[in-house]
Ligand binder design. Structure first.
Ligand SMILES: NC(=O)c1ccc[n+]([C@@H]2O[C@H](COP(=O)([O-])OP(=O)(O)OC[C@H]3O[C@@H](n4cnc5c(N)ncnc54)[C@H](O)[C@@H]3O)[C@@H](O)[C@H]2O)c1
Ligand SMILES: [Zn+2]
Length: 365
C-alpha cells in the first residue's frame, strides 16, 4: 500500500505526512528523498530504541546514521538540560549545517528533538517519526517544538515544522494500552470539533481500532491529521479558529494538574470533553444528548467519564484560571453546538460563569 501523503500547510510552505503500515522499514528511502546527502543523527528514547531496532531488522533499505542519541523515556527528559546535552553531543561529533535529525518516538521525543533541530546552528531540518498514537495524530501537526521548565510545560520552544512526518501504524502494536487509549481521546475530540462523519466512523470502527488493526489505524491517523491540519490552516484566514482544538482541554488540563498527573493526559481530556459538553448543553449551545453520545464513545474506548477519585474543587477551579488560553474577561472555553460543530462565539470561545463550571465539574462525580 502506498497512499499519497497528506500535506500539512504552514506559514512558510508545507510538508507531507506519510501514514503507512511498514513505513519504518522504508525510512532509508524517505530520508534519501527528504534529507538528501545529509549526515543523520537519530534522536530517540530508551523505551523506543530497542523497538526501533526490531522494526528496522529486515528493513527494505539502508539507513545510515552518523549518531544515535538515546535519552531516558518519560516527560522528565523534555528539559533544557537534555536539550543542551543533545546539542553538545552533535557539536562534539562535528555535525555541521549539512546535517539533519531523525526524531523517533512519542510526543516527548518529537518536541525535544524538534527543538534541538530548531536551534542547532540556527536550525537544521528534521524528519519526524511518531511512534505513539498521540504523536501521530496530534503532535506531528502544527510545527510546535518545546521543552518544559519548572514554571510550566512547553514554555521554551520554537515553531520548526519537520521536512516530513512518517507515521507507521504498525509501531502502535507495542504501545502500552493506557498510552494507546489516551491517544484515542484526541481522535474523539477531532470528531466532536469538526466532523460528525468521523465521530460516527470511530464509533462504528471501535472493535477494529481496539484490536489495533493496522489498516483501520492508518485511516484513523489520516483522518485526524487531515482535521487538525485543516483547522490549523483555517486559523490563518479565520483568526482564532485553532482554539477549537482546545476542546476538552480547559477542564482537562485543570484535572490533570489537580490530580498531580495521576490522570494521563488523554484520560483528563476525556473527562474534560464530557464536562465541557455538559456545560454546552447547560448554556443552551448544544442540544441535549451530545454529552451522552461523547461519553458513550469514550467509554467504548476504555476512557474514564467519571473521576476515579474526587479532586478538590477549589484546586481544579484555580488550575483552570491559570490556563494560558484564558481571556482577561473571565473563563472562556471552546464549546460544541453538536457533534462535529463548535460555537463560533467570539474567536471560537464562549464565556462561562464559575457556577456553570462548578455544575459541569460536579457532574463528573
Ligand atoms: N508539539 C505538539 O503539537 C504537541 C501536541 C500534543 C502533545 N505534545 C507533547 O507530547 C508529549 C506526550 O507525548 P506522548 O503521549 O507520545 O508520550 P511520550 O513521548 O512520553 O511516550 C510515552 C511512552 O511510550 C513509549 N513509547 C513510544 N512509542 C512506543 C511504541 N511504539 N511502543 C512502545 N512504547 C512506546 C515511550 O518510550 C514513553 O515511555 C508531551 O510532552 C506533550 O507536551 C506536543
Ligand atoms: Zn491533548
Amino acid at each position: 500500500m502506498s497512499a499519497a501523503p497528506l500535506e500539512v500547510r504552514h506559514a512558510l510552505g508545507s510538508y507531507p505526512v506519510y501514514v503507512e503500515p511498514g513505513l519504518v522499514g522504508r525510512l532509508g528511502a524517505l530520508a534519501a528523498r527528504h534529507l538528501p546527502g545529509r549526515r543523520l543523527a537519530l534522536i530517540t528514547d530508551t523505551g523506543v530504541a530497542p523497538r526501533f531496532r526490531e522494526w528496522r531488522s529486515g528493513a527494505a533499505d539502508a539507513l545510515e546514521l552518523a549518531a544515535e542519541l538515546v535519552v531516558p523515556a518519560g516527560e522528565g527528559s523534555k528539559t533544557r538540560a537534555t536539550w543542551a546535552r543533545l546539542s553538545d553531543a552533535l557539536l562534539e561529533r562535528g555535525f555541521g549545517r549539512d546535517s539533519a535529525v531523525i526524531a523517533v518516538g512519542g510526543g516527548m521525543v518529537g518536541d525535544l528533538a524538534g527543538f534541538v533541530a530548531a536551534t542547532y546552528l540556527r536550525g537544521i531540518p528534521y524528519l519526524q517519526v511518531p511512534t505513539t498514537l498521540l504523536a501521530m495524530l496530534d503532535a506531528s501537526v502544527g510545527g510546535k517544538t518545546a521543552v518544559d521548565t519548572p514554571h510550566g510545560k512547553n514554555l521554551i520552544g520554537a515553531f520548526h515544522p519537520p521536512v516530513a512526518v512518517a507515521a507507521d501504524p504498525r509501531a502502535l502494536l507495542t504501545l502500552p494500552d493506557r498510552e494507546f487509549r489516551s491517544g484515542l481521546a484526541e481522535a474523539v475530540k477531532h470528531g466532536l470539533v469538526a466532523s460528525r462523519e468521523y465521530f460516527a466512523w470511530l464509533a462504528g470502527s471501535a472493535d477494529a481500532i481496539l484490536a489495533r488493526d493496522e489498516a483501520t489505524l492508518a485511516e484513523l491517523v489520516r483522518e485526524s491529521v487531515r482535521i487538525k491540519a485543516a483547522v490549523v490552516a483555517e486559523d490563518e484566514r479565520e483568526a482564532g479558529r485553532r482554539a477549537i482544538l482546545n476542546a476538552g482541554h480547559t477542564v482537562g488540563h485543570a484535572l490533570e494538574h489537580a490530580s498531580r498527573y495521576g490522570l494521563a493526559h488523554g484520560e483528563a481530556v476525556a473527562l474534560g470533553l464530557v464536562a465541557e459538553c455538559r456545560l454546552a448543553e447547560a448554556l443552551g449551545l448544544a442540544r441535549e444528548g451530545v454529552a451522552r453520545e461523547v461519553a458513550r464513545l469514550l467509554e467504548r474506548f476504555g476512557l474514564p467519564t467519571r473521576l476515579p477519585a474526587p479532586l478538590p474543587r477549589e484546586e481544579v477551579l484555580a488550575a483552570m484560571a491559570h490556563d494560558k488560553k484564558r481571556r482577561a474577561a473571565g473563563l472562556r472555553l471552546a464549546l460544541p453546538t453538536g457533534l462535529g460543530a463548535m460555537a463560533p462565539g467570539e474567536g471560537w470561545t464562549v464565556a462561562a460563569s464559575e457556577a456553570d463550571l462548578v455544575r459541569a465539574l460536579d457532574s463528573l462525580g
